[in-house]
Design a binder for this molecule. Structure first.
Ligand SMILES: C[S@@+](CC[C@H](N)C(=O)[O-])C[C@H]1O[C@@H](n2cnc3c(N)ncnc32)[C@H](O)[C@@H]1O
Length: 414
């Protein structure tokens, strides 16, 4: 296959992804890529689509003055991709030619290939997306955040979300083979050049796993001791299960999804760690005995992961949040009943919304008067991250970028 054809294939798949996300409301993980798309083209197509989704508002600002009326979505997405590639420094003639070729090939776009040509030729010599205001989160996310954290914090979060996120890994205790990177204060490593993860030193030997620095903090806050009986309630795909097992705990990992649990199994096998796996609905399951510690990484809006999953803000509308908040409360109430006397429960969500964090904590304390918050005691944790209630609010603009998370440790009083 000629190089030109190859890149058109990746571009065409990228436009297909954009059409599915922005037209059909599919999450990126639900989009089926064309069969037979080669591995590198597949990766490139996904990367291009994610970058366009991350910069969508900026790209549309560049295009708007050049369009008299909005073209059909399939044409608009070809233009969006081309603008992104120009901003990345690709040569103008190559980008225009390939965009026009793409338009000509599509049944829904061929009649507008002339428009694609004209618009892209009218682009300024230099397309500088970074000079434009960072895209804003949709109202259902933005408004509660402005209210809770203020405009300045929200602007800092949005500026971070417009950037390509770094890749963090959690090293296994005693790991010998590690890729090059920056050691973060909490023990995670931020990779210098992520490249192809499966080829990085120590991947095959299971010396580490990919895990955002913020996600790893929930287990660090648990301060698990070797030999403790620990339950990981919503475990899959298992990054936190690995941490718990690596700390020497006797881990039971539970998840409602069998396919997702299969990934926990794979991760345990690669890293040589052990846990008992249970596929069950936590709202109906009952343990045989109480646990010393429980981690509840509850299902949530995932609004803390917009840096990595910019598709979410283009697909979701916030209508699921109330149901998720109710599910989190039900899971909390159930899991609290599985603690042995003196045990502790760490509740966390990768959400930025106070309803799934700070407010969820206030509500559980109200429902369980015997419960108290255990303040975090970790030397590297900046005190300003600790909330008035004793929870930890992690924001995407911290430490050069991390997932948004809320974490709180609960224990019975006395
Ligand atoms: C945020 S993810 C967990 C991520 C995981 N702790 C990790 O670190 O890799 C939430 C998980 O909750 C699971 N889940 C949702 N409802 C559940 C239920 N009723 N019982 C058990 N697991 C559930 C989902 O299948 C999903 O894997």
């Amino acid at each position: 296959m000629k190089a030109g054809t190859e890149s058109v294939t990746a571009r065409s798949a990228a436009v297909g992804i954009l059409n599915a996300v922005l037209g059909e409301g599919l999450m990126l993980s639900q989009v089926a890529l064309p069969e037979g798309l080669a591995g590198p083209d597949r990766a490139r197509a996904e990367r291009l689509a994610v970058q366009v989704l991350r910069q969508l508002d900026r790209i549309d600002r560049v295009l708007r003055p050049l369009l008299r009326k909005a073209p059909p979505l399939a044409v608009l997405n070809i233009l969006r991709l081309a603008v992104y590639e120009r901003a990345e420094g690709a040569a103008a003639h190559g980008v225009v030619n390939e965009a026009v070729t793409l338009a000509r090939r599509g049944k829904r776009t061929t009649h507008l290939s002339g428009l694609v040509n004209a618009v892209l030729r009218a682009l300024p010599e230099t397309v500088d997306l970074a000079a434009l205001p960072a895209p804003q989160m949709p109202r259902w996310i933005r408004q509660p955040l402005v209210h809770a954290y203020g405009r300045e914090a929200v602007a800092a979060i949005e500026a971070m979300q417009a950037q390509v996120p770094p890749l963090d890994i959690t090293p296994k205790a005693g790991a010998t083979a590690l890729p090059e990177g920056e050691g973060l204060p909490s023990g995670s490593i931020r990779l210098a050049t992520p490249g192809q993860i499966t080829l990085a030193p120590g991947y095959a030997s299971g010396d580490w796993w990919v895990q955002d620095v913020a996600a790893a903090m929930a287990v660090r806050l648990m301060r698990v001791q070797a030999g403790e009986r620990v339950l990981d309630v919503c475990a899959a795909p298992g990054g936190k299960t690995l941490q718990l097992a690596d700390a020497g705990a006797e881990v039971t990992a539970l998840d409602i999804s069998a396919p997702r649990m299969a990934r926990v199994e794979e991760n345990l096998a690669r890293t040589g760690l052990r846990a008992r796996l249970v596929v069950a609905d936590a709202l109906h399951w009952e343990p045989e005995a109480g646990f010393d510690a429980i981690l509840l990484d509850a299902p949530c809006s995932a609004t803390g992961t917009l840096r990595r999953h910019p598709d979410l803000q283009h697909v979701k509308d916030g209508s699921e949040v109330a149901g998720l908040v109710a599910l989190q409360a039900a899971l909390l109430d159930r899991a609290l009943g599985w603690l042995r006397p003196g045990g502790r429960l760490v509740y966390c969500t990768c959400s930025l919304l106070p309803a799934e964090g700070e407010e969820q904590l206030a509500a559980v304390l109200q429902r369980h008067p015997g419960l108290r918050v255990v303040p975090p005691a970790l030397p590297w944790l900046p005190p300003e991250w600790v909330t008035a209630q004793g929870g930890v609010r992690l924001r995407p603009d911290y430490w050069g970028g991390m997932d948004g998370f809320f974490i709180a440790t609960l224990a019975a009083q006395g």
